[in-house]
Design a protein around this ligand. Sequence first.
Ligand code: C2E
Ligand code: MG
Ligand code: MG
Length: 682
Amino acid sequence: MRLGLGAKFTLTVLTILAVTMAANTFYFLDTSARFHEQQLVERGRALGRLISLVSPDAILGFDLLLLNDYTREVSSQRDVVYGVIVNPHGVPISSYINDSDPLIKKHLDAAKSNDVLKLLQELDGRAELIQLQFPIIHNGVLLGRFLVGISRQSLQSEFRRQLIVQILVLTAIVLFLSAAIYAVFRFNVLFPIRKLISASEEVGRGQYTLVEVRSADELGLLARAFNAMIEEVRQEQAKLHRQANFDVLTGLPNRMMALDRIDQEISRARRSHQRFAMFFIDLDNFKNVNDSLGHAVGDELLVATGARVQATLRDADTVARLGGDEFLVLAPDVTDEVQVEEIAERLIRAVSEPLELNGRKVVARCSIGIALFPDNGESGEMLMANADNAMYQAKSMGEGSAIFFTEEMNTRLHERMHMEQDLNLALDLGQLALHFQPIFDTATQSHRGAEVLLRWHHPERGTVNPEVFIPLAEATGQIVGIGDWVLEQVCRSWLAWHKAGIDPGFLAINISRIQFRKRFSQRLAELMSIYGVPPHALELEITESVLLDDHHQVAEELSSLRAVGVTLSLDDFGTGYSSLSYLKRFRFDVLKIDRSFVAGLPHDPDDVSLVKAILAMAKGLDLKVVAEGVENHDQLGFLALQGCDLAQGYLLARPMNDEAYTSHLKSLQASVEPLRLAAAPR
Ligand code: C2E
Ligand code: MG
Ligand code: MG
């Protein structure tokens, strides 16, 4: 049996009270019994003294009648059972026996005689009696003894009476005190504790109710401490909820919460047969902001973007930050595509409004992918993947674009995945090959070297353009292995030509941003020493995007490459992220003008002034310049006139495979004169 706190407390109080009161009562009764017995003995003594005083004359005068009077007078008192005067030999000479006393009566009935001596003998030592004797002395002579018996009967009945009264009083007091103490305990202790218990149980159910603090005692303090704890738990819970569901930087719902909202939106839209739109927003070139203005400014931009997006939306719409520079917007109850387009336009406009960050005016742009429920997916994951896919397509369309997801994108995505799988096997299956596109001296048109260009010969797809598979290999990281293969293959080819006594000139190898990692220079040096390739035989073409990465690391890697001794060339100059500060910070040997600038030469005034400016600047920085994509004589003539050092293009030579390039080199060596173009302008 389990006892509650109240029952335990009451039982303890009852026991303590009962034991204390019982001990007290016992002590009282015992003392009072002793006192009464003492009184009886004193009365006996008084009788004895009286008889000793009055009886000698009667004894000496043999006045037995008088003696009997004395004896009866003295003995016929309350509680006295007998009073007997015996001579010095113990023979009774006068006696008074109270034969109405039950004890005496019993003995007299049993003995059936009035023999006093015998009666005294039988009564001797009985616990019910106090038996006393007093000598009767006259002038120093013992005349006899007075024996008196006093009954304890009244003493005992008084004791019993007192005991009953005491027990009744005691029980009443114990019960009353127990009830009173229990009531006080219940009100002051049990009730507050029960409240604390039920409040604690509610905490377990996720409800945080404070308890009333009614006193300043320990329980009051406990209630106060409990309330403080509840408050803390509540705040901690709220904090956890915020951390789990909201983005710390922008305060917007995070990916978890976004998925939750999408699910809710799906169920709602299903019930009401409505459509909703999902916008996947990604900032364009956000990395540039981080790299050039610092992460704190990047954070500021994200916060501002979140706030602006939110400000353009309706109350029912949701905006979440998925991570990095990705935001997601959910717009419920959309009726048609036109309405969705309007929202997308509003979003683009809001994001691209100029912003002052760290004292600099920044114009952010974003790309948006749109997916509609139920048109583009029945589940949150599907919608998100499709909106994300559409966002990537928007990115490729240029900054500030928004496009709807289409099934065609899905096909492209699958195609991309297949290609990725095929590319995984391409190296092992020997489907990759190197082509070489000769590079010439612009003025003399003599052969100087070649750019190494990768080709993928796929059994079904045919020759896959590197512009298609290189970005894919970069996105998947496959470029690291492929790039390494290219490096080794170039070294191997160089060695083969060298052994055959052929001078291939320099070989310009394209290096991907992903490949350009810390140990790149180490690996290159290793391969060069294995195949005995001298540094002047190699040129590395690095695109400007490489320079966007961690400046410190890039600078370190470039100086290691410089220590190896290879030529460093900045590829596709003028496209994308060109910044003169890069040219100042990182030292290059060669600049390659992108073919898009060469295409308009010599008629497009923009291209003309751009190319002229690049050439002038290169001269100032002591850089050699290679013009790419030279397709006609006018272009070549213009470049030669402007002092462009080297040229590469279909006019001069198309990329050729190993075999073709070998024969090209052989034929060069055979003719002493540099290769002259059939229709080269004078
Ligand atoms: P790129 O480095 O700018 O290479 C020059 C591209 O221009 C080559 O395209 C080349 O065939 C093409 N080209 C050359 N002359 C002319 C011309 O007169 N007219 C036109 N329209 N095009 C011309 P390709 O071979 O398709 O390579 C495309 C890009 O793929 C390259 O651009 C380079 O960035 C990349 N790439 C090629 N091979 C490799 C490689 O081994 N590793 C890495 N990381 N990237 C490579
Ligand atoms: Mg190149
Ligand atoms: Mg190029």
